[in-house]
Design a protein around this ligand. Structure first.
Ligand code: AGP
Length: 614
């Protein structure tokens, strides 16, 4: 997610804005920028790819010292790229055609291409690939001397999400801010006001905060905040007292980034799915794949490559591609793939799955696949990452920055995008419109399913307390539940340091069951989809040897629940979608076990968020 700061009040706005951006660095970003009104009321802008330190150096080099001590008003932004590479041109703030209005934005404008076309026809010139610049020009198009009304008129045309701050040279006594889907907090200080995309920035100035609701628009002055709706009707928003300390505020009030990101999954999944399902034709719209229906129909095999959690997402993808697209699909560990001299040709569709887009083995696998003439694309979260750039085509997750080393929202977003890719591929082959529509509806329901699982957080925390002292754990599953077992085990081992292993449930009797002794926990992923009954039999084999069974079952499946010592029930859904609610339950379980064991959750020992070396 991008970071936004707006300030109006005492002089020194540039320093205050830079400090505010630093407070937002934890969110992850790839470029930053500031717009200031100088003492003559002129708009002064500096932007830079890379870190805030680079932006600060650039501002110090380009601006007169006086600006740092005399300018009272400005807006600033850290960008997490969604539309367009992380370049200076694409960095915010963006200006309107006149250069007298500056705007920063957090969110995604779904109809920006249509708006840009209309504005181009009116003579507007664009310098970036971003949706945000279109919004700045739209505000400018409506501006007739009242920036508040111009912003409202522009936002009435917008489809999608926004948290914005707007500055106009002709109205230097105010900042306009508005939100729909992307949070905005306003700090009410003494002779100063500060606007930010999260409360951590405000703490340096005030404990008094106003949170905007969707479709609120505020006129923020140094000694007043006037909030209205998009139709200029005043709304009353109370001033709250900020209790959290700054570090807690960075995590949105959560104790760790991991639990914050687990709870962000409904929003992250909504962003991953938004605008990508076509309910008219029962298919998915993934323009980044860069494939025509004819090219899709000529593909002979799907080969996914990835590591760790991304590899597990690929295992779910195998089932989806084979069932929906009737095509052979496999996922290979990227390090293995790159050295085994893979047999590939032009009919092979190689999909590199990588949250960071920087994993060395996955990048090497991409290069190997390109060497052999395969059709290569990527599924990444970080826009402009090396793997995304080197494949030149792919689908971004739009999950927002994932800070915690243990991957959560990236995994579920990867699964959602792989399901949409399989749907698109399938509809270019033998999948009917009716069947495609059924799948599209199931995918669209994913955010709601995850929200339902998250309501069990307290129950799962209680359960976790019963497993805190265990030093070993087995995770078992079959079919689509096997990747979930592997991912659940990885989550537990990497943050709690419990020796947890995932096995195919049928594999137990081929050796691992020798390890089952009295009291050993077996986490059985036994949702009500094909293979469940066999897994229930495997559970009996474990129980007969003294194991304690914690089951992931489908809500209402009382027969399965009765076979468990403890269970977590997840909502029923299409079998291809079932891995998502099931894994969220295991994410929460792993988190609470690790937390109760007092572990350093976000930065586990020995681990890095992105393994950029072999
Ligand atoms: C998962 O929780 C781990 N952080 C790790 O397995 C990770 O998934 C793996 O290193 C791949 O990273 P990538 O998706 O950024 O390529």
């Amino acid at each position: 997610m991008c970071g936004i700061v707006g300030y109006i009040g005492k002089a020194e706005a540039p320093n205050i804005l830079i400090k505010g951006l630093r407070r937002l660095e934890y969110r992850g970003y790839d470029s930053a920028g500031i717009a200031i009104l100088d003492e003559a009321g002129k708009m002064v802008v500096v932007k830079s790819p890379g870190k805030i330190s680079a932006l600060n150096e650039k501002a110090r080099a380009e601006w007169p010292d006086a600006l740092f001590t005399q300018a009272p008003t400005g807006i600033a932004h850290t960008r997490w790229a969604t539309h367009g590479e992380p370049t200076e041109n694409n960095a915010h703030p963006h200006l309107d055609e006149s250069g007298e209005i500056a705007l920063v934005h957090n969110g995604i404008i779904d109809n920006y291409l249509a708006l840009r076309a209309r504005l181009k026809d009116k003579g507007h010139h664009f310098h970036s690939e971003t949706d945000t610049e279109v919004l700045a020009h739209l505000v400018g198009e409506f501006y007739k001397g009242d920036i508040f009304h111009a912003v409202c008129d522009a936002l009435h045309q917008v489809e999608g999400t926004f948290g914005i701050c707007v500055l106009a040279t002709r109205e230097p006594d105010r900042i306009i801010t508005a939100r729909r889907g992307s949070p905005i907090a306003i700090g009410v200080g003494d002779g100063e006001s500060i606007v930010a995309s999260d409360a951590s920035v405000l703490l340096a100035h005030t404990q008094r905060v106003i949170y905007l609701d969707d479709n609120d628009v505020a006129i923020v002055k140094k000694d007043s905040v006037d909030i209205r709706d998009l139709d200029n009707i005043p709304v009353n928003r109370k001033i709250a007292e900020l209790e959290m300390d700054a570090s807690a505020a960075e995590k949105g009030g959560f104790e760790h980034f991991m639990i914050k990101e687990i709870h962000e999954q409904p929003e992250a999944l909504s962003n991953a799915i938004r605008g990508r399902l076509d309910f008219t034709h029962g298919t998915a719209v993934l323009s980044g794949m860069g494939t025509s229906p004819r090219e899709l129909s000529e593909l002979g095999r799907v080969v996914m490559v990835g590591c760790g959690t991304s590899l597990h997402a690929g295992l779910v993808g195998e089932y989806a591609f084979e069932e929906l697209a009737d095509i052979h699909a496999e996922v290979q560990q990227a390090a293995e793939f790159r050295y085994r001299n893979p047999i590939l040709d032009r009919r092979d569709f190689v999909v590199a799955i990588s949250q960071s887009g920087e994993t060395a083995d996955t990048l090497a696998a991409v290069r190997e696949a390109q060497q052999k003439g395969a059709f290569v694309m990527s599924l990444c979260n970080v826009v402009g990452s090396t793997i995304a750039r080197e494949t030149g085509r792919g689908v971004y997750l739009h999950a927002g920055p994932e800070i915690s080393v243990a991957s959560t929202k990236a995994f579920t977003s990867q699964v959602a995008v792989l399901l949409m890719m399989a749907l698109k591929l399938g509809r270019g082959r033998r999948l009917s419109r009716e069947h495609g529509l059924e799948i599209a509806k199931a995918i669209a329901s994913i955010p709601k399913l995850v929200t339902q699982v998250l309501t069990q957080n307290a129950h799962i925390e209680e359960l976790a307390a019963k497993y805190v002292k265990d030093e070993h754990a087995f995770y078992i599953g079959r079919g689509l539940m096997y990747p979930v077992a592997l991912e659940g085990a990885l989550k537990l081992k990497e943050i709690s340091y419990i020796h947890a292993e995932g096995y195919h449930a049928a594999e137990l009797k081929h050796g691992p069951i020798a390890l089952i002794s009295k009291g050993i926990p077996v986490i059985a992923v036994a949702c009500d989809i094909p293979g469940k009954d066999k897994t229930l039999s495997n559970i009996e084999e474990c129980r007969a040897r003294g194991a304690r069974i914690l089951g992931i079952v489908t809500e209402g499946d009382t027969a399965a629940a009765a076979r468990m010592d403890d269970f977590i029930a997840v909502p029923s859904t299409h079998h291809l979608v079932t891995p998502v609610p099931a894994v969220v339950a295991l994410q929460l379980f792993a988190y609470h076990v690790a937390r109760l064991r007092g572990k350093e959750i976000d930065q586990p020992r020995n681990l890095a968020k992105s393994v950029t070396v072999e």
